[in-house]
Structures are given as structure tokens and as C-alpha cells.
Write a protein that binds this ligand. Structure first.
Ligand SMILES: Cc1cc2nc3c(=O)[nH]c(=O)nc-3n(C[C@H](O)[C@H](O)[C@H](O)COP(=O)(O)OP(=O)(O)OC[C@H]3O[C@@H](n4cnc5c(N)ncnc54)[C@H](O)[C@@H]3O)c2cc1C
Length: 425
């Protein structure tokens, strides 16, 4: 059986890893290196990820894969401090008791918030949340000001103007993910995982074609799926599209007719990130959430020195719509400098040794009810085209390395079952 994978991000590499011992497999990647959003680069002896990646202790699918690859021992775990900056106050948010320090809420409100978060994280079933929006769920359980003061800024940070549409299922999945505050970091970054997967795929005669974007995908009932790049056209029995669905539609305008389900129009988020190499750690802590700067959207600052001793600071920003210009980069850097000074008054611009700026389009669908209710079951991909982004892998509604690992496994299993079925018939 011949299988093509479009995209050598973590989803594509993991799918190829599971299949390469059993099928003929080729991964096509448009970039000059593998990794997609989890890619990185070498800088002064460090491997730096474009965007910072960590694992949570609940990420059992990707952690199992690390174990299988002999990489589990390369993880180090920490319980770094998370800090909420609000109205000039710093509140560390590391236990439900810390919620008692939030201002603008009565003691009763804080208890309701803490108990809501605790019971939501323990909730095993989520069917009652289908088609409920997160804001409605929170307001049902807590006073409105709990939503306004605590949740709304978090949703605004991630989803911008779509914050009100976020599904309760997304929030529930986040609570589950964050049940345990332990954070794992792979020594050498996710690049170590990429290297290991690439080695394994190549040792099993799988192909990884870099700088080879697929620009057309067509189906023929006798010869199967044909992929076209600028260099060649090749036929495959199955294709796994590890790129945004928006892109799949661009490659194959009538792709919806090959899916046994109705997929809604998806809204996507873009991301940009400023990465700073500092002289020294910014402050004791890892994740800083800055809420109340006048006229500005909330900001998250991640200082990796709390995890791995390396004084790098990531400042991600999600947007919908426009891409970023050089002018935006400079405006952003000025704002970040002033916020860093806010976080640590000793900070001055000379602490910055080097700055980098990255941005990517369509990195993640907005997790609204329309998107989540349009997700497909594995049986809906009966025509040999598989799209991890559209695959419902309950209960994981988040786009994380863990959900990529789970979906890669489900898709590979289904392809192998089909292969076994067709070779015995
Ligand atoms: C700022 C940020 C922080 C994050 N932090 C975490 C974290 O801490 N923990 C966590 O678990 N997850 C995190 N994530 C999520 C994680 O990065 C993603 O879930 C994961 O990397 C998605 O992998 P993917 O392979 O599905 O997609 P991608 O990484 O987007 O890979 C898609 C690949 O397809 C290629 N491609 C596109 N078009 C074509 C084409 N026509 N032909 C061939 N190739 C093509 C692209 O070049 C790319 O390499 C974070 C994401 C962001 C943006």
C-alpha cells in the first residue's frame, strides 16, 4: 500500500512513524526543514523553538510516544510559577487558594470560581456541554463578574474578537489538561523528537521530500489519489493531509464530496511570536499574564529560564485576519519592553541580547461550537483521504502535540486495518 503524507509537522511525522514499517510512505513538506509550528533553529549552541512547547502530565498520548522512542528520560519536569498581573498587582496562580487573592471579587465569588474549576476538571463526561458556549457555562455556575474579570481576558488573548463564541468543550478540555500543574520540557526542544522520528522513518525506507510543496490533489476511482508538486505527479492509495483544512480545499476544490460529513466554514487564528535572548532571567516565574494595560490586549510572557535555565523569553500573540509587517514588529517590541519593565522594574533594554520575530498563518481553528460540532469520526474518511484537523478525537478538543499524537495513531490504525482487509479479500 502506498500512502502520502502532506506536511512534515509533528502530525505528519508521527503518522509516517506509525505507518513506515507497514506501508510505502512518502512525506511531502513545503519548507526546507521538518517540524512546522514546532520547528526550531540553532543559535549560539542552543536549539531554539520558534514557539515554546511544553508537555503537561496529562498528555498521555505524546508521552507514550516519547517513551516508545526512548526519549522520555530527556524530559525534565517542573512546577514553575504562573503569575497574573492585574491592576498593578502580581498574583501567583498556582493553587485554587491563590484565586482568593484575585481582586474585584467577593470571597463568595472566589469560592464559586475555585469550586467551578475543580469540579469541571474532575468531570469525566462532557456530552452535556455540546453546543454550549464557554461564557454561558461559566455564567451558569459563577457570577458574571467572575467571567469578566478572570476568563474573558484569557479568551480575548487567544481568540481576539471571537472570544464570545468559544465552546464550553474547549474550556473543559483546558481544565483537564491543566489538572496537574507539572510542566515537562524536552531537553533540546521538540527538535529532538523530530530528529528521532525522521531517523526512524528513513531507516524504514520512508521518504521525506523537503522543499516540495504539494499544489494539487485529485482523486481517480481506479488509480486513487494523485499528488502533484512542481517536480512530479505520483499516485497513492491513501493520503493524510496534515495541513489546515483551508489548504486542503485549495489543493482539492471538491474535497468535501469525499468526506462523509458536513464540515462548516472554519475560522482560523494566526500567530506571531517575539523571542528575546536576555542577559539573565526576567523574574522568578514562568508564565506571566498581563491583563490591565490601558487600551491594550492582554499579553502572555513565557520565561523559559524557570524550566531549563536558558534566559529566553517568548511573547506569543494570536490574531485573526491580517498578517504582520515589519512595522508591527517594532511597535510590538516597544510594547514588550515596557511590559517587561512592568514585570521586573530592574529590566532595561540592555538586557536584550538578541530578538527574533516569527509568524504563521492559519495555525489553529477557532474552537467555537460550529467547528467542534462539525468534527468527523474516523469512519467518515472512507474514501482514503484523512485530515487530522477534522478528526474528532474525544475528549481532546485542543490542538496540541498530544492531540496530534492521538490522531496520528487513530489514522495510522485505520489505514493499516483497511490495508489488511484489502490484502485478505
Ligand atoms: C505559539 C504556540 C505555542 C504552542 N505551544 C504548545 C505547547 O506548549 N504544547 C503543545 O502541546 N502544543 C503547543 N502548540 C501547538 C502545536 O505547535 C501544534 O499543535 C502542532 O505543532 C501542530 O502540528 P501539525 O503537524 O498538525 O501542523 P503544523 O506544525 O502546522 O505542520 C504543517 C506542515 O505542513 C507544511 N505544509 C503546508 N502546506 C503544505 C503543502 N502544500 N505541501 C507540503 N507541505 C505543506 C507546513 O510547512 C508545515 O510544516 C503551540 C502552538 C503555537 C502556535
Amino acid at each position: 500500500m502506498k500512502v502520502a503524507v502532506i506536511g512534515a509537522g509533528i502530525s505528519g511525522l508521527l503518522t509516517a512513524f506509525h505507518l513506515c514499517r507497514h506501508c510505502e510512505i512518502i512525506v511531502f513538506e513545503e519548507a526546507e526543514r521538518v517540524g512546522g509550528l514546532s520547528a526550531g533553529f540553532n543559535y549560539q549552541g542552543y536549539f531554539l523553538e520558534k514557539y515554546n512547547h511544553f508537555f503537561s502530565a496529562e498528555d498521555k498520548h505524546i508521552l507514550n510516544t516519547l517513551e516508545e522512542l526512548g526519549l522520555y528520560d530527556k524530559l525534565y519536569w517542573a512546577r514553575p510559577k504562573q503569575v497574573f498581573f492585574s491592576k498593578g498587582r502580581q498574583i501567583s496562580l498556582n493553587s485554587p487558594w491563590d484565586l482568593l487573592k484575585l481582586d474585584g471579587l467577593t470571597l463568595a465569588d472566589k469560592f464559586r470560581l475555585a469550586s467551578f474549576m475543580r469540579s469541571a476538571a474532575l468531570e469525566r463526561r462532557m456530552d452535556f456541554l455540546v453546543n454550549t458556549d464557554a461564557a454561558g457555562w461559566i455564567k451558569q455556575k459563577c457570577p458574571d463578574k467572575v467571567y469578566e474579570r478572570y476568563f474573558r481576558p484569557l479568551f480575548e488573548f487567544k481568540f481576539g474578537s471571537s472570544f464570545a463564541d468559544i465552546s464550553a468543550l474547549y474550556l473543559w478540555a483546558r481544565f483537564k489538561e491543566k489538572k496537574n500543574k507539572k510542566i515537562g520540557y524536552l531537553k533540546g526542544g521538540v527538535g529532538v523528537l523530530h530528529e528521532c522520528l525522521v531517523r526512524h522513518i528513513q531507516e524504514n525506507n520512508g521518504g521525506i521530500f523537503l522543499k516540495e510543496p504539494i499544489n494539487r490533489l485529485t482523486y481517480n476511482p481506479t488509480s486513487g489519489w494523485q499528488l502533484r508538486s512542481l517536480k512530479q505527479a505520483m499516485d497513492f492509495d491513501a493520503v493524510v493531509c496534515c495541513v489546515p483544512f483551508k489548504k486542503v480545499e485549495f489543493l482539492c476544490a471538491d474535497v468535501r464530496k469525499f468526506l462523509d460529513g458536513s464540515v462548516p466554514q472554519i475560522k482560523y487564528l494566526n500567530v506571531s511570536s517575539t523571542l528575546l535572548h536576555l542577559e539573565k532571567p526576567l523574574k522568578k516565574g514562568y508564565w506571566f499574564f498581563i491583563v490591565d494595560e490601558k487600551d491594550s490586549a492582554p499579553l502572555v510572557i513565557i520565561d523559559t529560564s524557570a524550566l531549563n535555565g536558558q534566559p529566553f523569553v517568548y511573547v506569543p500573540e494570536y490574531t485573526r485576519g491580517n498578517s504582520f509587517s515589519e512595522k508591527d514588529e517594532n511597535i510590538r517590541l516597544d510594547r514588550i519592553k515596557s511590559v517587561l519593565k512592568n514585570v521586573n522594574p530592574d529590566f532595561n533594554n540592555n538586557w536584550i541580547r538578541k530578538s527574533f520575530f516569527f509568524s504563521d498563518q492559519d495555525v489553529e481553528p477557532v474552537a467555537d461550537n460550529a467547528f467542534l460540532s462539525g468534527l468527523l469520526n474516523i469512519d467518515d474518511f472512507s474514501q482514503g483521504i484523512f485530515i487530522p484537523e477534522l478528526l474528532s478525537a474525544k475528549p481532546y478538543y485542543l490542538k496540541t502535540l498530544n492531540s496530534c499524537a492521538l490522531k496520528a495513531k487513530i489514522i495510522a490504525k485505520r489505514i493499516l486495518e483497511k490495508n489488511a482487509g484489502s490484502s485478505t479479500s
